[in-house]
Write a protein that binds this ligand. Structure first.
Ligand code: NSP
Length: 224
């Protein structure tokens, strides 16, 4: 079992092919060896800033869909981490590149971005906390996995601060907390053997679709 929990390990295993396409995408490898063109990186960061706005809204919805104090705490901590830490990375890099926060906020949203974030929000609007977490998990844990791998394989200084953000203790701690939230939410609503319940296949399908939308997001990053 990975340090991101039992449910995540099982969902990841069930989505092996798209998971590999996501975490080993050419965009990611370009960050690792510094060959990703700066223009593509900045284009991606601007889209990702918009992504994180909607993603924060989706985590705020997880607070609404919570049934216990500890679920509310974990979801609200994630909202705070996104707004006060992760988005600061984007603001800082773009500021250095001469892109103001107002310009960042006004970035026209690409269709791939819209498709992904609204898929996640819809999973939460029409479902319960489990449907929402299955859609949110690939985003959180995928970057955690990418950050850890790239930190040990990096061959260039070019995108070092991006890699360090996702390899950091803070980000890894957030992944572990979300993994624990997912395991506990499943156990509370379905039972310890959640993977043999009738709901499990559908939750795995939601996780897989979100993973496929991550692949499309990287691809969008390569086409400014
Ligand atoms: C598209 C995307 N997916 C995941 C992450 C990591 N929170 C992100 N910043 N952007």
């Amino acid at each position: 079992m990975s340090s991101y929990g039992r449910a995540f390990a099982l969902m990841r295993e069930a989505a092996q092919d798209p998971w590999r396409a996501y975490t080993r995408h050419a965009f990611v490898e370009g960050i690792k060896d510094g060959t990703l063109p700066r223009q593509a990186f900045l284009h991606y960061l601007r889209q990702d800033y918009v992504f994180l706005i909607h993603f924060s809204r989706a985590w705020a919805l997880a607070v609404v869909k919570s049934e216990t104090h500890s679920e509310m705490l974990a979801a609200s901590r994630t909202v705070n981490g996104l707004i006060s830490e992760e988005m600061q990375l984007h603001i800082g890099i773009c500021k250095t590149a001469g892109i103001s926060q107002a310009e960042l906020f006004a970035t026209p949203e690409r269709a791939e971005n819209l498709a992904y974030t609204r898929f996640v929000l819809e999973a939460g609007y029409s479902g319960d906390l489990l449907d929402l977490l299955a859609a949110l998990a690939p985003c959180v844990m995928g970057y955690g996995e990418i950050g850890t791998r790239l930190a040990s394989e990096v061959t260039s200084e070019t995108y070092r601060n991006w890699i360090e953000t996702y390899a950091s203790e803070d980000y890894q701690g957030a992944c572990e907390a979300v993994g624990e939230l997912l395991d506990q939410a499943l156990t509370r609503r379905i039972g310890v053997e959640f993977e043999v319940s009738p709901r499990w296949d559908r939750l795995c399908q939601t996780f897989r679709t979100a993973t496929e939308l991550e692949v499309k997001f990287w691809q969008m990053g390569l086409t400014p």
